[in-house]
Design a protein around this ligand. Structure first.
Ligand code: LRH
Ligand code: MN
Ligand code: MN
Length: 386
């Protein structure tokens, strides 16, 4: 097994970005169960994110979604974050909530709609300039519902054209993270359905375009760790949107549905040298019925636990068993690490890092949950659909 000091050093280097939208109310198309005390402004979302960082020590950046987090002064928002020990992270574009996008955004058959969508993407790069963000995450809901509805190849050409225009606008230190999803809201054909399509576009664009793997965006049974290994080998893994799914794009807490899958993914990250600032670890989840801040703290802890287990894999023993064709021995080397209870190690790491060993309990004791319910009276919640 890898010595625990090495594991702790790697844990100290890990950063997990939390999404602004996870702090606000969300739901399904059937019902949004509103919770008291949710943020009414992007600033209040940052106030909540600061609590997650305070208790976990590894969540220093917050992803924004435009227009859900639209403000007049992004530099001032960045300053609000900085004053709370945070930084603004990835800018997520949104070309999926406007009536004009019924038939697509950048792949729409009408050039006027395509121009509008591209305008939004370019505006997002302007925002990145103001916030100091490195990454622009692009997810397109574009697709068709019926065979023959539109021409698959022409839509790829239109997508390619828009991506090239955004790429052209990027600064030297900025990147495009292209996200794929196999279905929803389009049900017959999605324009960026899989990692292969995203990879092909990113390869053509150049080194500042990378693929992002949202763990909830695959068909059941997909071997996501294989995708991770492949993208890392090709130098094209830009990051993760972590969450878990039982059925579709459930956006449940990461590590809740399948902690073993999360471990397998993190093992490939470790194996492929993905522990580098070039790979962004982001959460992309919604907390429909559970309280938001503790759910986000739990998610961060779940990623850390999977990471610690992946780091514990005895690489030498595993490689030896693999060389010798020792099928069971190799499997055992991996499973030994997975079955290790890393919670004591993480508690130790937290204490050594000046944190409470139990972030969930520390948050409960802090009184923040009661305070936001008392203080955040009136106004509208900010977020989804805002
Ligand atoms: C799409 C998605 C994408 C969006 C987010 C809110 O399903 O994963 O990342 O920006 O959800
Ligand atoms: Mn996502
Ligand atoms: Mn999603």
């Amino acid at each position: 097994m890898t010595p625990s000091s090495a594991v702790k050093a790697a844990l100290s280097a890990q950063a997990i970005e939390t999404p602004s939208w996870a702090y606000g109310n969300s739901g399904t198309r059937f019902k949004v169960f509103a919770q008291q005390g949710v943020p009414r402004t992007p600033q209040e979302k940052l106030d909540d994110a600061a609590r997650v960082h305070e208790h976990t020590g590894v969540a220093p950046t917050v992803a924004l979604h435009i227009p859900w987090d639209r403000v007049d002064d992004y530099a001032a928002l960045a300053e609000h974050a900085r004053a709370r020990g945070l930084k603004l992270g990835t800018i997520n574009s949104n070309v999926f909530q406007d009536d004009d996008y019924k038939l697509g955004s950048v792949t729409h058959p009408d050039p006027a709609v395509r121009r509008k969508a591209l305008g939004h993407l370019l505006e997002c790069v302007d925002i990145m300039d103001a916030t100091g963000s490195r990454d622009l995450k692009l997810w397109f809901s574009d697709g068709t519902n019926y065979p023959g509805q539109d021409d698959i190849r022409s839509r790829q050409d239109r997508l390619s054209e828009a991506l090239a225009a955004v790429y052209e606008r990027l600064g030297d230190e900025q990147r495009i993270l292209l996200e794929y999803k196999f279905f929803e809201p389009a049900f017959y054909m999605t324009d960026v359905p899989d990692w292969g399509t995203a990879y092909a576009h990113c390869l053509k664009l150049g080194p500042k375009a990378q693929v992002v793997v949202d763990t909830g965006h695959h068909a059941p049974g997909t071997n996501i760790e294989f995708i991770v290994a492949t993208l890392l080998r090709e130098g094209k893994l830009g990051g993760f949107d972590f969450n878990s799914r039982f059925y579709a794009d459930d956006d449940l807490m990461v590590g809740a549905a399948d902690p073993f899958q999360l471990f397998r993914i993190m093992y490939e990250v470790v194996r492929g040298g993905g522990f580098s600032p070039d790979v962004a670890f982001m959460l992309d989840q919604c907390h429909n019925i559970e309280p938001k801040i503790p759910a986000i703290i739990r998610s961060v802890m779940n990623v850390q636990e999977a990471t610690a287990k992946a780091l514990l894999v005895d690489a030498e023993a595993l490689a030896k068993a693999q060389r010798e064709g020792d099928v069971l021995g190799a499997n055992e080397a991996l499973m030994d690490a997975y079955h290790t209870d890393v919670r004591p190690l993480l508690a130790e790491w937290r204490e050594e890092s000046g944190l409470d060993p139990n972030p969930m309990a520390a948050y409960r004791r802090s009184g923040w949950a009661e305070r936001i319910v008392a203080e955040r009276q009136g106004g509208q919640q900010a977020g989804w659909g805002a």
